[in-house]
Design a protein around this ligand. Structure first.
Ligand SMILES: [Zn+2]
Ligand SMILES: [Zn+2]
Length: 157
């Protein structure tokens, strides 16, 4: 009795209500990012890397229901930081230099177009939930700059 019979393996399962769905996707993601500020009128840009989905939901209601549990597991609170240049750590409250790579949690609404596998994941809405300082979760910036997968990062738990 698989609702996704025609979908093969190409669907998501909501982590709260276990509904199977394909689009849109509500997600909580964790990864590293920094904000790049430019001179003049150019808008600052957030550069994410190594971002991975840690929460998968069918609706904003399900995401709302699970948000605190997920963040508490990582020992941070939802503080909804801005883009910097300086924000407060969502674990210890100390300043976070947003221009340096730091660990960050975001919640996102994504438009998904499925092909054979997933074809397009287009962010419709992204909001920053939490960031942590280098004392709480050190990030080896040299390694991150090379965008290798061999990041040296302390356990976030
Ligand atoms: Zn759900
Ligand atoms: Zn901290």
């Amino acid at each position: 009795m698989n609702e996704a019979g025609d979908w093969g393996d190409n669907f998501y399962t909501c982590m709260v209500c276990e509904k199977q769905f394909r689009n849109p996707l509500f997600e909580i993601a964790r990864g590293y990012e920094r904000t790049v500020f430019y001179c003049g009128d150019r808008m600052p840009m957030v550069e994410p890397i190594e971002s991975e989905g840690v929460g998968t939901y069918c609706s904003p209601a399900c995401l709302n229901h699970d948000r605190n549990r997920l963040l508490e597991r990582d020992n941070v609170r939802a503080t909804y930081p801005g883009i910097g240049p300086i924000e407060s750590c969502s674990r210890c409250g100390k300043p976070v230099d947003m221009t340096q790579y730091h660990m960050a949690w975001t919640e996102e609404k994504l438009h998904c177009e499925w092909g054979r596998f997933i074809d397009v994941l287009q962010p419709i809405f992204v909001e920053s939930l939490a960031v942590v300082c280098q004392q709480c979760v050190p990030v080896a910036n040299a390694a991150v700059e090379q965008k290798t997968s061999s990041l040296t990062v302390a356990d976030v738990a």
